[in-house]
Design a binder for this molecule. Sequence first.
Ligand SMILES: [Zn+2]
Length: 115
Amino acid sequence: MDSFPPLLDERGPLAFTFTNDGRILPLGEVKCDRLRDSIKTAMSGADYKQGNQLLGRAMGRVLAHELYHMLGQSKGQAKAGVARESLSARQLIADKLDFPNHDFAFIQANGLKSL
Ligand SMILES: [Zn+2]
């Protein structure tokens, strides 16, 4: 198996989706320790009281990014929202991060038929 350029934060990869012979597989890997370390760089005092919630939010966003690739059968990256090439630690834990309608439409048009 191979992987294509992973989801990055400011310091490196957070997750991968695997490929085989150019086909995107429904398999991936999340670097949970890296993700935890990443979000800590954006957390301040009050954030630590809800640290587990913020880690869960960040994991959900990383998974959504990888599912974008898997369901859309796309190695491309979006220009905005959760499917962009990289997400900062602040974006991973922010109260809101968009999943633009055109990205959802892309998955519907390109990916679900391949499942
Ligand atoms: Zn990606």
